[in-house]
Write a protein that binds this ligand. Structure first.
Ligand code: CU
Ligand code: ZN
Length: 213
């Protein structure tokens, strides 16, 4: 008993001495800069602007061609289409659900891409197919350009991804009303949307590894 009390007392004395010894150093305040370095860095997009491209090729006997570019920034996809060799006028332009332009009339591309099960309408309407891009104004020289932005699509993998879909230019004007096609007539140019190589964020696979199944 006595000896253990003595040890306990000695311990208290030791602690007291240590505290006393440290006391004068309290003036040395830890610099707050040490926490500043812990601020979480913004995700660096780097080369990782997600881009996908569709090269439009004409139907048999046609001359319309073009290129559609999809660039994803955050939740928004900016779409830009350039068409040449097309008949002058306002021509329906959509993203169709199946990336297959193999049929002569491009019906292999299926219907308008519509992951939200909305009705066909203008891209500026409150609700519309995600693939409703409205019309491209084609000038007398056969050239036309369309630019629009949407949050209904992604370039990244997911249920609303444009990759593996088909961009299609029509022979007639999309009336933005007739269900489910806009009555835009024949399909005169088609292109499968493919992820642009090297556009994925650093560290993310550009293409999924072979499934081996
Ligand atoms: Cu279409
Ligand atoms: Zn539609």
């Amino acid at each position: 008993m006595k000896s253990s009390k003595a040890v306990a007392f000695g311990g208290v004395l030791l602690v007291s001495l240590v505290v006393a010894a440290c006391a004068p150093k309290e003036e040395t305040v830890v610099q707050p800069e040490e926490t500043a370095a812990q601020v979480v860095a913004e995700p660096v997009p780097g080369p990782g602007v997600l881009t996908a491209v569709a090269d439009l090729a004409a139907a048999t006997g046609g001359t319309a061609q073009g290129r559609v570019t999809f660039i994803q920034s955050g939740d928004t996809v900016d779409i830009e289409a350039h068409v040449s060799g097309a008949p002058a006028g306002s021509l329906g332009f959509h993203l169709h659900e199946t990336g297959d332009c193999s049929a002569a009339d491009f019906t292999s591309a299926g219907g308008h891409f519509n992951p939200t099960h909305a009705a066909h309408a203008s891209p500026t309407a409150t609700e519309h197919h995600a693939g409703d891009f409205g019309n491209i104004e084609i000038g007398p020289d056969g050239n036309g350009t369309l630019q629009l932005s949407t949050t209904m699509l992604s370039v990244a993998e997911g249920p609303s991804s444009v990759v593996g879909r088909a961009a299609i230019l029509h022979q007639k004007t999309d009336d933005l009303n007739t269900q489910p096609t806009g009555n835009a007539g024949a399909r005169i140019a088609c292109g499968v949307v493919a992820l642009q190589p090297g556009s994925a964020p650093t560290g993310a696979p550009v293409t999924p590894p072979p499934a081996g199944q």
